[in-house]
Each structure stands twice: as C-alpha cells, then as structure tokens.
Write a protein that binds this ligand. Structure first.
Ligand code: NAI
Length: 336
C-alpha cells in the first residue's frame, strides 16, 4: 500500500512546499487546513505520517485510532498537544522543530511589550478618529525597568539580549540555570518567588509540561509589584487565567500581552457550536475569561502568532522536511 502523509493545520504555503519537496517519496500527500482532533480522526485514516501544528490535539484516542501511524512531525517547538508517552508505547516516533524562531518569538515578545508600554492600540484609534487626547496615551520607558524572564532556553536568551539592548536589567528563573548567561548579560538568576516580587515586567518562555500548570497563579500575582506587566508567548496553561482576570480587574496588574491563552485549542471556534453540546464546562469558562480579557484596555491578545514570520516558516518547513526524510532513512532527528 502507498504511504500516506497527512498534514493538518496546513496553509497554502505549506501545501506548495511539501508537495514539491516530498514528490519523490511516492506517497499520497493530503493537506487539511483544520486541526486533527478526536472529532475528525477519519481525516488521518491510513496515515503513516501525520504533521501537525499547535491546534491539533493528538490524544491517546487519536493515536489508538490510527494503527498505521509511524511518525508524527510536529511543525512546532512545543509538543504539549501530543500525548508523547502514548505515542512511545505505540512505537510512534515524534519529532519537533526545536530551533526555528528564537529571535522570531523574542522580537514578538517585545512587540507585545512595547504595544502595551506605549499604548499603541489607543494611539492608533485616536489617530483614526481624529479625537486626540495625549493625557490618556502616556506610557512608560523600558529603560531601567527590570525584566523577569521565566525560562532561559533558546527564546529566553534572545529576550535577555534584546532587553539589555533596551538597558533593562534582567532577573531570571530556570530550573536549569545557564550560568554563562550571567557573565554575558546584565542578568541575575533568582528564585521564582524573588522574580515575581522584583520584576516590573514578567515574560514566560518555559515549555508547558503539565507539572507547571498555573505556574503564575493568584499567589504569584499577589507577590508582584503593583503595575507589573505580564507577557506570555509560551503556553496559556502556565497562567491561571481566572486569577489573571481578577488581578487585572482589581487594577493591581498593569497589563498583559498574551499570544497564548489557556484552552486555546478549544477556542479555535469552528468548534463554537460544538462547545454548546459539550458536558465539559471548562470550555465555556475559558471562552468567558477570554471575552473578559478582550474587553480590558490594558490587555492585548493575539492568536498564537509569535512564530509567524516568513523566515521562521521557511525554517520550520525545512526542518520538518529533514525530520521526515531522516525518519525514512531510519535516523530520526529532533525526536522528543
Ligand atoms: P527551550 O527548550 O530552548 O527552553 C525552555 C527553557 O525553559 C529551558 O531552559 C528549560 O530548562 C526551562 N524550563 C522548563 N521548565 C521550566 C519551569 N517550570 N520554569 C522555568 N523554566 C523552565 O524552548 P524555547 O525554544 O525557548 O521555547 C520555549 C517555549 O516557547 C516552547 O516550549 C513553546 O511552548 C513556546 N513557543 C511559542 C511560540 C509561539 O508562537 N507563541 C513559538 C515557539 C515556542
């Protein structure tokens, strides 16, 4: 039987790239715009290889329903949307793209921060409407503010470099500190508790592991400085959204820039009508929390878009191609 490679979350650019570069594999190539989930497993029927982005949810049941599956090529760095343990048990190899966008996501982190610190959205609104009132557009300088970086891996390190360029001292927390960074940058490793209490701006660059769910919770918010800003380009599950809504509503937190929100897979709402029929109320709660955040003037939410630069997509697709090719050479790369 012909090999079947099925791509989910795919764009026309992905389609063009992989159709061209995988043409010599003699495989049937199938591209779906939508994510893979338990609700549409039939789209992956008979697949030997599937390739997914963050919106796809590869649970134990999905894996169980795909007996021919040998390889999952995640076109992402994070892979918390894939049940890797279940894949291992089923002898399915999983690869990711560990490096493609460290500068890309770090630049986006500062885009969110600057948009908040200089009130870009209300500034644009005022310009468009012609009703100008500078008094409500007063922002604050980044220079001299302390940045708290949680997770000092590839992306965190680029964030630290950029922060020092803005003359921001950095405090950082990572369970595996890279002490060399303290020599290279204006940076000090501290405990998580000290970071929460001393940073003016806190930015998250740790993977979501399940164990660190709600790393930023109501106690963390309580220990933060008044007016602190939270930036999350990592994973929504690291932040207790309910606590975030409360601390923003109370005026204690100065603002939040969120490229990722808790339950965002649920919130990809072609599923809206489906949510109505679900018993799981958590989906509703996430949707309500996000609606409340969207209404707050000091909150910016973007749709998990930090990875999305032309250059990063080229790097994602070329590494994914290598991962698929090396899997078939029986030398899998970037396995997780
Ligand atoms: P990385 O693996 O290079 O670095 C992660 C760092 O976090 C490591 O140093 C690790 O020791 C540390 N870490 C692990 N658990 C931690 C914890 N509980 N507290 C603090 N630090 C912890 O990963 P990279 O490339 O820097 O990416 C980080 C995350 O960014 C990814 O896991 C992914 O979730 C997210 N991401 C988001 C994108 C977006 O489009 N919004 C795009 C790419 C990545």
């Amino acid at each position: 039987m012909k090999n079947r490679f099925v791509f989910f979350d795919s764009t026309p650019a992905d389609h063009r790239y992989f159709s061209h570069h995988l043409s010599n594999y003699g495989a049937e190539l199938v591209f779906h715009k939508e994510p893979l989930s338990e609700q549409n497993i039939q789209l992956a029927e008979n697949a030997n290889v599937i390739s997914v982005h963050v919106a796809s949810k590869i649970s134990h049941s999905v894996l169980h329903a795909l007996p021919h599956l040998q390889f999952i090529a995640a076109r992402t760095t994070g892979y918390d949307n894939i049940d890797v343990e279940a894949a291992k048990k089923a002898h399915i190899v999983v690869s990711n793209v560990p490096r493609y966008g460290e500068n890309t996501v770090a630049e986006y982190t500062f885009m969110l921060l600057l948009a908040l610190s200089r009130k870009i959205l209300p500034s644009i609104e005022q310009s468009k409407s012609g009703k100008i009132d500078h008094t409500i557009l007063t922002g604050f300088d980044l220079s001299g503010k302390t940045l708290g970086v949680i997770g000092t891996g590839s992306i965190g390190q680029h964030v630290i470099r950029i922060a020092n360029g803005f003359s921001m001292p950095v405090v950082a927390y990572d369970p595996f500190p890279n002490k060399n960074l303290e020599n290279d940058y204006n940076l000090r490793y501290v405990s998580l508790q000290e970071l929460f209490g001393s940073a003016d701006i806190i930015t998250l660059h740790a993977p979501y592991t399940g164990e660190n769910k709600h790393l930023v919770n109501s106690q963390a918010f309580a220990s933060m400085k008044k007016g602190a800003i939270l930036i999350n380009t990592s994973r929504g599950e690291l932040v207790d959204t309910k606590a975030l809504v409360a601390v923003l509503a109370s005026g204690k937190l100065g603002g939040a820039g969120l490229d990722v929100v808790e339950g965002e897979n649920l919130l990809l709402l072609d599923e809206e009508s489906e949510l109505l029929h679900r018993k799981n109320l958590r989906g509703f709660n996430y949707a309500v929390e996000q609606m409340m955040l969207e209404k707050m003037p000091n909150v910016i939410i973007t749709p998990h878009n930090a990875f999305n630069s032309k250059e990063a997509i080229e790097r994602i697709n070329s590494t994914t191609l290598e991962n698929i090719s090396n899997f078939f050479k029986q030398m899998p790369t970037n396995t997780v």
